[in-house]
Design a protein around this ligand. Structure first.
Ligand code: FES
Length: 116
């Protein structure tokens, strides 16, 4: 299911209750892969699923506080900002999320929808 507003297309991902804490879930939409996480405090974080180093699958990484560690070479990525932490560099895209009627929705930029 999709909902569109002025800036984003909201794509239904998974039930909030079904998403385990600190365990990533891969969500695919029009060729884009998102790693979705529910933190210990119940907040949601969504980032691009591929590590900027060598495309490790971040949904399979270990979550600790506000960070995920890439499962391939252990780079540390800050979930709210998408920034790779020092001494490494780089960043991944972040996505907005919302919960509606018990389902998690991920917001994709409208341009993505129109480009397909
Ligand atoms: S692929 Fe993620 S740290 Fe190398």
């Amino acid at each position: 299911m999709k909902i569109q507003d002025e800036q984003l297309v909201w794509v239904q991902a998974v039930s909030y209750e079904d998403l385990a804490v600190n365990t990533g879930k891969t969500i695919r939409y029009q060729g884009e892969e998102v790693a979705l996480f529910k933190m210990k405090n119940g907040k949601l974080q969504a980032i691009q699923n591929r590590c900027p180093h060598k495309e490790g699958v971040l949904a399979e990484g270990i979550v600790c506080d506000d960070h995920v560690y890439c499962p391939m070479h252990d780079r540390k990525i800050h979930l709210p900002s998408g920034l790779v932490q020092a001494p490494d560099t780089g960043c991944v895209r972040t996505y907005t999320t919302k919960v509606l009627d018990g389902s998690i929705y991920i917001g994709f930029p409208i341009e993505k929808e129109m480009a397909s």
